[in-house]
Ligand binder design. Structure first.
Ligand code: UDP
Length: 422
C-alpha cells in the first residue's frame, strides 16, 4: 500500500536546520516518509537520520564559504543561494516526483526564505507549505516593511528608540532597529519576495504556539489568507542535538553539575551573530566582575579576525578560575534544562528564546541583526527580561548590573522565574 511522503528543504543555517529537522521528525512520527533535499553548504549528517532519505544539490558556493557575520553578508548569501539553486533544486524535485512510486508525495515544505521554490512547486503542481522558523510577530514586521521604509522609520535616531511607531503602536522604534544597519534596498527587496511567495503558498507552519502569539497569529491569518499552523515548540518533541553542525561540548554539563542551583549565567549568541573586539572584552569583564559563575559559548571566529580566546587579557582565565567555563559550542537545550542554570544572556534567536521560555530560564535579551526584533515584547508577559540595547556598545558595568539583577538579587530573578506562562 502506498504511504504519504513529504519533501523538505531546509535553509542551511543552524537556526533554520534545527526546526526543519524537528518538524521532519514530528511528521515521521505521524507516519509520513521523509525526504530531505539539502545544499552542499552546511549539509546535514545523514547518518544521524537513517529513517530519512537525503538528496544533496549543488549550490554554487565555494567549498570553504565563510559563514556570514553581518546583515549585508546574510542578504547577499540568501540572494545568491536563491538564484544558484533554482535549476539544481527543480531537477532534483522533478526527478523525485517522477521516480518516487513508493509514496504519494503530499507536499513540499521549504523554509520561508527559499522564496524561489514557490514557482518551482507551482510548475510541478505540488503544494508548497512554508516553514517560518522565527516568531509570528517578527514576520508581521516584514509585512510592514514597505510602510516603514516609506515613512523613513527604518533609519530612526537612537533617541527615538523607546517611542512607539505612531501608526503601529504595538511597535517601538527599538524593535525595528535590526533593519538599520544593512543595505536597505536589497534587504527590502528580499523581504518583499519572501512575503509575496509565502502569500502564494498553501500554508504556513510556525514553530510557535497560540498562547504565546495569539494576537499576531490572528493578524497573520488575515494578512496571508492561507491556513496557519502554530504547532511549536518543536524542540519539546525532538531535541536539536542531532542536527547540530558543530560538535556540542558535553563537558560543560559535568561542570554545571558542580554549581549551585540557579546560580549560573549561560551566555550564547547563537550560530551567526558576530561581535567586535571591544564588545568581546566588555562582555568578558562584565561576566568576571559580576562574581557569578558563567558558562560562555565563544564560537570560533565569534570575533572578527580572531580564532578563539586569544583576545582575552593575560591572566583572565586564571582570575575567573573555576567560576567560568568556556566552550566552542554547547548542548544548549541540556544547559537550559539544567537546575544550575539561573539565567540566559541571549542574542534572541527564536530557537534560543523558545528553548529558554520552555525551561523557565529568565533572559537578558540583546537582540542582534539575526534575531527577531520584537522578541523582547514577546518574552515580557511570560517571563521577566532584562533588555540590553541592540546595536549600541554595552559597557561592562551595565552587563555586570544586568547579571546581578538576574542572578544575584534574590527577589527579581526569583520573580522572573516564577512568572512562567504555563
Ligand atoms: N545552539 C547549540 N549550542 C550552542 C548555541 C546554540 O546547540 O552553543 C543551538 C540552539 O539550541 C538553537 C540554535 O543553535 O537551537 C540557534 O538558533 P537561534 O535561532 O537561537 O539562533 P541563530 O543561530 O539562528 O542566530
Amino acid at each position: 500500500m502506498k504511504g504519504h511522503g513529504v519533501i523538505l528543504f531546509p535553509m542551511p543555517f543552524q537556526g533554520h536546520i534545527n526546526p526543519m529537522f524537528q518538524l521532519a521528525n514530528i511528521l515521521h512520527a505521524k507516519g509520513f516518509s521523509i525526504t530531505i533535499i539539502h545544499t552542499q553548504f552546511n549539509s546535514p549528517n545523514p547518518s544521524n537520520y537513517p529513517h530519512f532519505r537525503f538528496y544533496s544539490i549543488p549550490d554554487g558556493l565555494s567549498e570553504n564559504h565563510a559563514v556570514p557575520s553581518d546583515l549585508n553578508h546574510i542578504v547577499t548569501l540568501l540572494t545568491t543561494l536563491n538564484s544558484n539553486c533554482v535549476t539544481s533544486f527543480r531537477d532534483c524535485l522533478a526527478k523525485l516526483l517522477s521516480v518516487n512510486l513508493e509514496d504519494h508525495i503530499a507536499c513540499l515544505i521549504t523554509d520561508a526564505l527559499w522564496h524561489f521554490t514557490q514557482a518551482v512547486a507551482d510548475g510541478l503542481k505540488l503544494p508548497r507549505i512554508v516553514l517560518r522558523t522565527s516568531n509570528v510577530s517578527s514576520f508581521l514586521v516584514f509585512t510592514y516593511m514597505p510602510f516603514l521604509c516609506e515613512k523613513g522609520y527604518l533609519s530612526a535616531q537612537d533617541s527615538q528608540a523607546e517611542n512607539q511607531v505612531p501608526e503601529l503602536p504595538q511597535l517601538k522604534f527599538k524593535d525595528i532597529v535590526m533593519f538599520e544597519r544593512g543595505d536597505l534596498g536589497r534587504l527590502r527587496q528580499f523581504i518583499a519576495i519572501v512575503v509575496q511567495e509565502t502569500k502564494a503558498s498553501s500554508g504556513i507552519i510556525w514553530n510557535s504556539y497560540e498562547d504565546l502569539e495569539q494576537e499576531h497569529l490572528t493578524k497573520c491569518s488575515l494578512y496571508f489568507s492561507i491556513p496557519v499552523f502554530p504547532i511549536g515548540p518543536f524542540h519539546k518533541c525532538f531535541p536539536a542535538s542531532s542536527s547540530s553542525l558543530l560538535p556540542q561540548d558535553q563537558s560543560c554539563i559535568s561542570w554545571l553539575d558542580k554549581q549551585a542551583p540557579n546560580s549560573v549565567i549561560y551566555v550564547s549568541f547563537g550560530s551567526v551573530a558576530a561581535i567586535n573586539e571591544t564588545e568581546f572584552l566588555e562582555i568578558a569583564w562584565g561576566l568576571a566582575n559580576s562574581n557569578q559563575p558563567f558558562l560562555w559559548v565563544v564560537r570560533p571566529r565569534l570575533v572578527h579576525g580572531s580564532e578563539w580566546l586569544e583576545l582575552l587579557p593575560n591572566g583572565f582565565l586564571e582570575m575567573v578560575g573555576e567560576r567560568a567555563y568556556i566552550v566552542k559550542w554547547a548542548p544548549q537545550q541540556e544547559v537550559l534544562a539544567h537546575p544550575s542554570t539561573g539565567g540566559f544572556w541571549t542574542h534572541c534567536g527564536w530557537n534560543s528564546t523558545l528553548e529558554s521560555l520552555c525551561e523557565g530560564v529568565p533572559m537578558i535579551c540583546r537582540p542582534s541583526f539575526a534575531g527577531p526584533g520584537r522578541i523582547m515584547q514577546v518574552c515580557k508577559p511570560c517571563f521577566g527580561e532584562l533588555g540590553l540595547p541592540s546595536g549600541i556598545q554595552v559597557g561592562r558595568g551595565e552587563i555586570e548590573r544586568a547579571i546581578r539583577r538576574l542572578n544575584g538579587g534574590e527577589a527579581e530573578g526569583q520573580e522572573m522565574r516564577s512568572e512562567s506562562c504555563d
